[in-house]
Design a binder for this molecule. Sequence first.
Ligand SMILES: [Zn+2]
Length: 463
Amino acid sequence: MTVPDFQTMNVASHQSKAMILFIMKTLCLLFLLMPTTAAMGQDVDWKTTVGEAVDTLQQYLRFNTTNPPGDVTEASNFLQKLLEKERITVKRYEAAPGKVNLAARLKGTGKAKPLLLLHHMDVVPADASRWDGINPFGGELKDGYIWGRGAIDMKGTGVLQLYAFLTLARQKVPLDRDIIFMAVNDEEIGGTMGTRYMIDHHYEKLDPEYVLDEGGFGSREIFVNGKLVFGISVAEKRALWLRVTARGVAGHGSQPHDQNPNDKLMRALNRLFSTSFPTVPNPVLDALVTKLGKLEPNQFTNAIRQTTVSLTSLRSGVGDPPKANVIPSLAVATLDARLLPGMDAEAFLADVKSRLGDEIEVEVIHPASQSVVTPHDTVMFRALSGAITRHHPDATVVPMIIPYGTDSRMFRLRGAKCYGILPLVLSTALATSIHGDAERIPVDQFETGIRIYYETLLEVAAP
Ligand SMILES: [Zn+2]
């Protein structure tokens, strides 16, 4: 039998007392930091909310807002009525007949600048013959999806935002900043009558600190296969469009000569694409690669990592259809270059010209747009990441630069911090249905989608 060593026991009990005290303090602190269950939406009837959102999206998709012409009168009337039924005041801003923008506002104390929920009502055209018998403007609910042009881009995203917004209104949550729900037109053709118009004519009424827009999404396949990643867009690549022309001497196809413009253009384009384009260090890209490691090789991850150039058109020949036995005097191609933010556009253009050679004329059709990068060490980015990982504990959230354009670029130039995110997990098939065929959104993710927005709004706008 051994005699207990009292001195050791004493020390041990001191240690455990200190440990218990530490745990209690930590728990108290955690409790204080934790949003209350009521505030996180535990008392919201999400089933009913989701039912309403599904019904709203089905109706919203039935308004054909194809752009061009992009008439959103009926679609905007529909949203306006829905908001007014909830006693929320809606302001209409009509840039031109049919080119309507709407803004609805939940008032805060004004302690902080507004938070803007942004979506566009217009959609790209749909080729109904390729939709397997589904009407792109039918708003059909089938096999767990709502089908229609705009189901994801961007009426679906807008409806998820709307029900987070309406839930806040119904819960009468006190806010320390205004939350604005804005529906614009014209995004799909550059935004002149939509966001551009609102920024040029009504910016002082908006003046948001934060904008939540489209751009990013979650995927288990696209970033790293088998790993759930949500990419939140914080910047866009800069589009630079070029027309390149080769001139030569026309002649008979039976007698080849060295002044054929098609030969010149082909050789020049071969030189252009023979080596990859130089890249620039980028902190957003570094953060993404550090968190994810090796990315899945595909066209999306290729485009978000580097400057790219697409050969988008080739025109030549004499007559229509072009004569097979005539050498033309002209060959023209267009190039769509997308530059990473921070890249010197002049130096890039000089590089392109030197690769193409002296014989080729290069004309800038669209100069490199400016690109501002939104920082990702903000309350909003952390709130979004937190809400996403609460609902998807296995998710990794990263900031990213998107290869396509959104209305956020205009708000970023005015100093607003913009984040592009559809808080849903998209398969590759769903992601490619955007601007493609059979666009659809999974209904079983509506609740998480709305709640991620709702919790983010609570954290950023409720004191
Ligand atoms: Zn869109």
